[in-house]
Design a protein around this ligand. Structure first.
Ligand code: 4AD
Ligand code: MG
Length: 430
């Protein structure tokens, strides 16, 4: 008999169905076994009544262990107490494989233990909800650009140069030559924007982050739009519209998952345009009000970002940071050479930076000088300088970190649960 997915079970009320999945949980009382069966699309209670089934089937239900793989047949009936509104009256049960004693029990395990068992932890309803939200966010990000005339241009993973500073590079041997895992697809998107106008890339990026924080992974996913003829203001408009869209999509399509995560959705519903926009100088003043003195010229650390983000009820755009704390490719502010035409978006509720970007230096000589000032090897950037030699135009873009966005939207304390198999300073396994 054809398999019915639990998410579709409501369409089969009164009918006999076959469900294939895993035993999530079980409760028994005399003549009854209540099996919670999950199949990846949902969880349904399957009731085995002694009077309805053969002795073998009742015995198998009795013996079935947590996470055993099962094939259940039964009749779908409405049930008001059920979270999904239905349950299954079992007529037959087969065990595909009887699971050994499952290491993840109901009791509280430490995060280290759960992380070591990440391959199994993914089966829990909380992790399930988080990764379904992640999947929706990724789809929403892609749809946003696809529906607005952007072309997806994939950036390489092996790169000969640094994009975001040389201290976080993962080096690897490339047939006797040094190569690095990409920190960002941006430089390639700049070239692609001159070919296609509006482009984006989406892929994994790598940073050898040696500090343990709740916001840093060594491998994370980033979506990076880049647009020819955009200036900083256009860039901020795009970032704002994009993030409002992504949040609205999750609210529209993943409410049940947000409920599982006990997310306060009212906070997400506030994420409406326009977002506040403040300069770095204004941000310093806000920090000062909170008793934090950041000397002009310093970048914000995690604590300062948390404080700034907490100051607003929706994401805030902080623009025009001091050039000296930003990357070599940033265009200088024509009104103040010490500042860069850049922008960070900080998510509310203390989440901090989710987007970094800005307008790019489009003048050949200025860019050559900046590459030199940053001590970067000019030869390796000749191709990038070509973008300024042949029809250079103002252009801008940004990168949104998927994991930090998932952490914020799901309301999680740490990014480690936002990606199926996290890579961090002390975690390469499983
Ligand atoms: O601010 P970043 O470093 O900007 C860039 O890489 C630009 N080249 C992007 C561009 O303009 N095309 O990183 C962008 C975002 C951050 O705001 C953050 O969300 C995320 O990437 N990010 C990280 N996420 C998790 N772990 C890390 N170690 C991250 N580093 C950056
Ligand atoms: Mg940044």
């Amino acid at each position: 008999m054809k398999q019915t997915y639990i998410s579709e079970i409501g369409k089969h009320e009164g009918q006999k169905v076959t469900i294939r999945g895993w035993l999530y949980n079980k409760r028994s009382s005399g003549k009854l076994h209540f099996l919670q069966v999950r199949d990846g699309t949902g969880i349904v209670q399957c009731v085995v009544f002694k009077g309805d089934v053969s002795e073998e089937v009742f015995g198998r239900s009795d013996a079935a262990t947590q996470e055993s793989s099962v094939v259940v047949q039964g009749v779908v009936r409405a049930d008001k107490r059920s979270a999904i509104g239905f349950e299954v009256g079992v007529t037959d049960l087969k065990i595909v494989q009887a699971a050994q004693e499952y290491p993840i029990a109901k009791k509280d395990h430490g995060v280290g233990f759960l992380m070591d068992h990440r391959h199994l932890w993914l089966r829990s309803s909380r992790q399930h909800a988080i990764l379904r939200v992640r999947s929706e966010i990724v789809k929403a990000c892609r749809d946003y650009y696809d529906e607005r005339g952007f072309t997806l241009v994939d950036a390489p993973i092996f790169t000969p140069t640094a994009c975001e500073g040389t201290t976080t590079l993962f080096e690897t041997d490339y047939f006797g030559e040094k190569a690095y895992l990409t920190q960002s697809g941006q430089l390639y998107m700049e070239a692609a924007a001159m070919a296609f106008g509006k482009v984006y890339c989406f892929g994994p990026t790598f940073r050898a982050e040696k500090s343990k924080t709740r916001r840093h992974l060594t491998e994370f996913w980033m979506i990076e739009p880049e647009v020819a003829f955009y200036d900083l203001n256009d860039d901020m408009d795009l970032a704002e519209d994009f993030v409002a869209y992504v949040v609205a999509r999750v609210l529209a399509n993943r409410r049940p998952e947000l409920l599982v995560l006990e997310r306060d959705v009212a906070k997400l519903e506030q994420v409406q345009k326009p977002f506040p926009r403040i300069s770095y100088d204004e941000a310093l003043a806000i920090l000062k009000e909170h008793g934090v003195d950041v000397p002009w010229g310093e970048d914000f650390g995690g604590d300062e970002e948390t404080m700034l983000a907490n100051h607003f009820d929706r994401p805030v755009l902080v623009h025009r940071y001091p050039a000296r704390c930003k990357a070599f490719y940033m265009k200088g502010d024509p009104e103040d050479a010490l500042k860069a035409l850049c922008v960070d978006m900080l998510a509310p509720e203390g989440y901090g930076e989710i987007i970094g970007g800005g307008q790019r230096e489009d003048d050949l000589e200025t860019l050559e000088r900046k590459i030199e000032e940053h001590g970067l090897p000019k030869e390796a950037f000749e191709w990038y300088l070509d973008v300024r030699r042949y029809g250079s135009v103002p252009h801008a873009g940004f990168g949104l970190g998927i994991e930090r966005t998932v952490a914020w939207i799901c309301g999680l304390k740490h990014v480690r649960e936002t990606i199926p198999f996290p890579r961090m300073l002390e975690r390469l396994r499983p």
